[in-house]
Design a binder for this molecule. Structure first.
Ligand code: SD4
Length: 304
């Protein structure tokens, strides 16, 4: 069995290619890294990697995470500038016993030491957007106003399983602000015995529910990926509602060792890409439509 799943329509091309890598015997780590790099390198995807969304001061600052579910080791970096492919940095850090979660300057130094390509991640388009919006920063920054994380979960034919994330985080975030994406257990988690999960949306809310760990933990107790995603998200949303808050803007994906995938969202619609022996394509769930269903790219034309 092999299977790969990624958040949003933007992951589809990379997921398709990564599924072929897995079919040909490639490793889950290589497949997930490949799928994420395809999004990071494309400036048309304005919320991840090159051409990402700048912070309040006009810097493109990225967060990333990677977990190897067979060794339970992780690597992650936060508040990183000028690293061309943050996911490669997270993966390189994964495997270390210590110093595997690095921030800012230290993370950038590690990238140089690893020989990873560095580049100015700002594009004319993203700086134009920053110029246009910087004067009217809303008091409450919201998820999904043009920013989304790419999260990928992969299972290979040898039973290896990984999770990876990469994002430029909230548009116009405070300098130094970090979301869930590099935080193990919140933005991503993977235990090859039970499954993998990852989240996209408002990191401040995702972290309050330690959502990815919660989903894997529900799978450990027997839930399917779809059930685990639904239950974890329903619980966090209901707690927020009890506290007089809104349900939040969060979407999650999951994968189990049998190659079954699942997703859940608080949005009207959340598209994700999946690829395995059955082929690769887009699916979607909605807050009132919890069962994943196949969708076409044309139907999802408004979605990232
Ligand atoms: C963050 N979770 O930095 C990320 C951003 C994101 O859809 O996923 N947006 O909070």
């Amino acid at each position: 069995m092999y299977q790969i799943i990624g958040t949003w329509k933007m992951s589809l091309d990379g997921i398709r290619e990564a599924a072929e890598l897995l079919r040909d015997g490639g490793s889950a780590g290589d497949a997930a890294e490949h799928a994420i790099i395809r999004v990071e390198d494309n400036p048309a995807y304005s919320s991840v990697g090159y051409g990402g969304l700048p912070d309040r001061d006009g810097h493109v600052v990225t967060d990333c995470g990677f977990m190897d579910g067979n060794s339970l080791r992780a690597g992650a970096a936060m508040s990183v500038e000028n690293v061309a492919n943050p996911i490669r940095l997270a993966r390189k850090l994964c495997g270390r016993e210590t110093n595997w979660l690095l921030a800012g300057r230290g993370a950038e130094q590690a990238a140089v030491t690893f020989g990873l390509p560095m580049k100015d991640m700002r594009t004319e388009a993203c700086m134009r957007k920053w110029q246009a919006e910087r004067a009217k920063i809303p008091e409450k920054l919201t998820a999904y106003t043009g920013h989304d994380t790419v999260c990928v979960l992969a299972l290979d034919q040898a039973g290896r399983m990984v999770a990876g994330t990469s994002t430029s985080g909230l548009f116009l975030k405070d300098p130094g602000r970090v979301g869930d994406s590099p935080v193990i257990g919140s933005g991503f988690y993977c235990d090859a015995r039970f499954g993998a999960a990852a989240a996209t949306g408002l990191g401040e809310d995702i972290m309050r529910g330690c959502l990815s760990y919660e989903i894997v933990s529900l799978m450990r107790r027997g839930a399917s990926p779809t059930e685990a995603c639904g239950e974890a998200l329903r619980f966090l949303s209901s707690r927020k509602l009890e506290l007089g808050e809104d349900a939040g803007s969060i979407s999650v994906i999951a994968l189990n060792p049998r190659g079954e995938t699942g997703a859940a969202t608080t949005l009207e619609i959340f598209p994700f890409a999946a690829g395995g022996p059955q082929g690769a394509g887009l699916q979607a769930v909605g807050k009132d439509a919890p069962q994943p269903r196949p969708v076409t790219e044309a139907e999802m034309s408004e979605q990232p």
